[in-house]
Structures are given as C-alpha cells and as structure tokens.
Design a binder for this molecule. Structure first.
Ligand SMILES: CC(C)(COP(=O)(O)OP(=O)(O)OC[C@H]1O[C@@H](n2cnc3c(N)ncnc32)[C@H](O)[C@@H]1OP(=O)(O)O)[C@@H](O)C(=O)NCCC(=O)NCCS
Length: 337
C-alpha cells in the first residue's frame, strides 16, 4: 500500500454525452479523397458524431455533468473540485471547468482544465484521486470533453477521418477502505516531440492572425505514421509495466479501457497483455477518436451495462499529444461515497 493513500478514491458514477449528428465514412468521403473501406481497414472507424457548429465543448461537458448528477442524485454543493480534460476549451480562458461548475451549481467547488490531449482523462482521474487519497476532498467531478470538429481541417484526409466529438465523466468519492478505487498509476511525458501531433496556432507562439489562419495553424496536424508507432509501443508498454509492478497480468483484469485512436493500436496492446476480445472495450467504430472523451465514454457505457462488479480490476490507458501517455489501475468499489 502506497504511503500517500489515506482513503480510497472510488468511481461511484459515470455518464456521457454524444451529439446526435452522425457523420459516416461515406459522408467524409464526399469531402476528401478517401473511402469507407480505407478508413475502416486502417482505423476501425465507421462513423463519428459532430456537434452543431454553434455549440461549444462546454455544451457536451455540461450535459455529461448534469447526467452524472441526475443518475447519482448527488447534491452539486457536495462537489469539492471540477476538472475538465480538454484540448478544445470554449476559449483560451476562462477554463471550461469553470463554465461547467457554474452551470451545474457546484458553488463549493474550485475548477480547472487539464491539457494532456488523449491522455487528458487518465491524467485528470489520477490528479483528482490525489485530493481524495490525502483527505483534502471528499468528492471530485472529472470530465473529458472535446469538440474535435472545431479544430479539424475537413480538406486534410490525414486527420479529418480520425476524430469525433463527445464528452464523458465520473464522480470520484472518498472511501474509508483505501484498498478500493485507484490502486496504482504510471504516467509519462516526452515533450521533446512537439512536431508529430499539434495545433500550432492560437497560442502565444503563433497568436491568431490573418496569416496564421491562412496557413491553417488553427487545425490539428499530425504525422500519422510516427504517432501510430509511438502509440503502438507506449500503450502496451505502460499497461504491461503497471500490471507487472503490481504482480498482475492481463488475466487478472476484468476490463481494459484503452484510448480509442486506432483499432490496430488497441489490438496490439491487447495482444501484448494476452487479453481476449471480451475484456477490451472498443467503441471507435461508432465514435472515432474523441480525444479526452474516449475513455470516460467507454467507461460510462460499461458502467451502464454493469460489466464490472465490486473488486473487479480495470485498466485505463491513454496515449496522446505532448507526447503524453499513462495508465491507471482501478479496483472497482461499491457502497462508497
Ligand atoms: C493515420 C493512420 C490511420 C494512417 O494509417 P497508415 O496505415 O499508417 O497509413 P500511412 O500513413 O502509412 O498511409 C498509407 C497511404 O494511405 C494514404 N492515406 C492517408 N490517409 C488516407 C485516407 N484518409 N484515405 C485514403 N488514403 C489515405 C497515404 O497518403 C498513404 O499513401 P501513399 O502510400 O501513396 O503515400 C495511422 O497512421 C494512425 O492511426 N496513426 C495514429 C493516429 C492517431 O492515433 N492520432 C491521434 C493520437 S492519440
């Protein structure tokens, strides 16, 4: 037992929100030179959801947050902290987390955004857990939300076929039993590679200007091949290392909830852990890569389907821009909070 853990940090509710508008591979192939077969074979994606152009990321985050409150019946005044993981905040500031905090009436909570791209949710979940482990907080809301359609160049087939919009989140509660909830985590970053996946414009390096927009610097750009290689090796490596150091193997897991960037990346990680298909959550076919939202959406779906029970082990692993990657091992707990 790690000395930093006084209390257990337990997920007691999960919820998600997906926009209604379905954009199929056939729809995308009207815009760029691609085909349904190519996208499906190379990525596993069949369709994605796009939010209406006039609605921001907070629209989805607030829906997910309200759904968390409705499903759990908790009083928003009992929330101590709201964290929103996103790379598509409504604006540079204030933080999207503050917009969510106000919308749900979490008047006693402080709030901030966390930027770690596709690792944003696992980074946030582990950050939130520390406040609960230490006894500083009793209840934290963690949301992952991204409106990737707002930063996609719909003329760039290297990126526009891969992403979608969505939001998901959890309520993390204090549990007197410190062996339940977050068991261990392993997070990494390598800031030396800024070029393989980024949005270069709109920050202090390249403030928005006519030139920056003309050059398309406000769009996602990526070197798909190098990101793919990185993700294949890191998703498996960090997952196996975390299991190893806890004396576990894939056999001990009830579910593996990986970031949904490419089905081939997920399959490679599952193979390294010798996980059968039924232990691996995959929804990339319907929602594509929703960045910080992929893991909480998948977790919420599994939660609703009651796919795990008290004391089951879950592994969530994210990989993304930064470069960032990380894995969080949870022992599912009931009767806490
Ligand atoms: C983007 C990705 C799907 C491309 O798949 P790939 O098998 O690596 O394909 P390649 O990049 O080797 O490209 C193969 C060919 O397909 C072409 N191609 C790329 N995108 C295409 C598309 N949407 N439709 C059709 N052809 C496409 C390429 O131009 C290339 O053509 P060429 O051989 O004539 O040069 C894959 O690299 C990937 O998933 N990368 C990681 C992306 C990611 O996860 N990003 C977020 C990180 S969290």
């Amino acid at each position: 037992m790690q000395p930093w853990r006084k209390y257990g940090a337990v997920v007691t509710e999960a919820a998600h929100f997906l926009p209604e508008r379905i954009v199929t591979n056939a729809d995308v192939s009207q815009l760029v030179d691609t085909t349904d077969e190519w996208i499906l074979e190379r990525t596993g994606i069949k369709e994605r959801r796009f939010l209406d152009e006039d609605k921001p990321t907070s629209y989805m985050a607030i829906h997910a947050a309200r759904s968390l409150l409705d499903k759990s019946g908790i009083d928003p005044l009992t929330i101590d902290l709201v964290i929103v993981a996103t790379v598509t905040p409504d604006m540079v500031f204030p933080a999207t987390a503050c917009i969510v905090q106000a919308a749900i009436g979490a008047e006693n909570a402080w709030a901030f955004d966390l930027s770690a791209a596709c690792s944003g949710f696992v980074y946030s979940l582990v950050t939130a857990s520390q406040f609960i482990h230490s006894g500083a907080h009793r209840r934290v809301m963690v949301i992952g939300a991204d409106k990737m359609s707002s930063i996609l160049d719909m003329t760039d087939r290297n990126t526009c076929v891969l992403f979608g919009d969505g939001a998901g989140g959890v309520i993390l509660d204090r549990c007197e039993n410190s062996s339940i909830g977050l068991v261990d985590f392993l997070h990494r970053a390598d800031g030396s590679d800024k070029s393989s996946l980024n949005v270069l414009g709109g920050g202090s390096l390249n403030p928005a200007s006519h030139e920056s927009v003309d050059q398309g610097l406000h769009f996602v750009r990526q070197d798909g091949r190098s990101v793919f290689k990185f993700a294949v090796s890191k998703m498996a490596e960090v997952s196996v290392e975390l299991l190893d150091r806890n004396g576990l193997t894939g056999r001990d897991l009830k579910l593996f909830i990986p970031h949904q960037a490419n089905l081939r990346i997920i399959d490679a990680a599952a193979e390294r852990m010798k996980l059968p298909q039924e232990k691996v959550l995959v929804n990339i076919d319907r929602f594509a890569n929703t960045t910080a939202a992929t893991i909480p959406i998948a977790l919420s779906q599994a939660f609703d389907e009651k796919r795990f029970q008290h004391e089951d082990l879950l592994l969530m692993t994210g990989v993304g821009a930064g470069l960032t990657w990380g894995s969080a091992l949870f022992r599912w707990g009931e009767n806490c909070g």
